[in-house]
Write a protein that binds this ligand. Sequence first.
Ligand code: FE2
Length: 386
Amino acid sequence: MAKEVKNVEYGLEKIFEGAQDFLPLLGTDYVEFYVGNAKQSAHFYKTAFGFQSFAYAGLETGLKDRVSYVLKQGKIRLVLTTALKSDSPIGEHVKKHGDGVKVIALWVEDARKSFEETVKRGAKPYMEPTIEKDEHGEVVRAGIYTYGETVHMFVERKNYKGDFLPGFKEWKSDYNPTPVGLKFIDHMVGNVGWNQMNTWVKWYEDVMGFVNFLSFDDKQIHTEYSALMSKVMSNGNGRIKFPINEPAEGKKRSQIEEYLDFYEDAGVQHLAVATDDIIKSVSELKARGVEFLPPPPQAYYDEIPARLGVHRDMMKEDIKELQKLSILVDADEEGYLLQIFTKPVEDRPTLFFEIIQRMGAKGFGAGNFKALFESIEREQALRGTL
Ligand code: FE2
């Protein structure tokens, strides 16, 4: 395992000792969901989450087998893709997994080199380097498989001046709900099967040159009933963070097992999106019908000043207001963070979103895990899946 480095400073290049920069990643390029009905999903993400109409590809642009809607908010680009015919790998994906994340696309300087280097290190190819062109220039994309049927696509766009990708046209709509203040993707979490976490930790180290900079075992992440383990992987410059979870033995079924049962594979569990005003963003999301996990008990909020410790005076937010919105608070040596989790965004209890505001803290809300998982277990109990 690569050496863990404490006191990381995100945004600085090569912050992690042991990170190999054969694969410099500039950031998340887009996240593509395969869904059963992209038109309706796009409406949901616009209306409920404040994403903006951005680009479109489908029958009108010459595609025969699929339709994709691209939505944007801050730096976040979501692509919602659906199959037009039954004989389609997209349809097969949706049949098996339900709606879910197919592609985590990573913005790179050189897609061919990213593909060659990762395949040489053991990645399973998904798409050979492919050049796509239009009047705005060219984009090179190449893809490799990660856990389950999930894919990392490398996107090289240094010779491209268009808004998204060749083949897409601008999507203009008369219906434009306002954004809710979501800025960028903070991290994306993968759920993998029993005893698979370390396999994928090693894969991210060996194939992608990532480092494992935080680990939580089942002694830290457990409730009375269930447990899980998690390791956080980061690329060299800290811009891409992928925690990886696996289930652990408990008295009852953990949320990770529930996910694996319903996604029928390893896959993306949640997308954490950053805001710099969580009270405003969450108030707006709730008003638009986004469902969040119910709040933890009163005792949780009573303990917040103690949990904040030395950062207590730094906190500007009113605890009563946070409680009213069921926002959670955690602190580490460097500051505090505010976070909240949606209920699953589809009928299968699989993918959900986290809204996060970091006030110096670099962690993932470990102090909230117990309260959070107890909330999830109450939901699981209602579904009969605990
Ligand atoms: Fe998270």
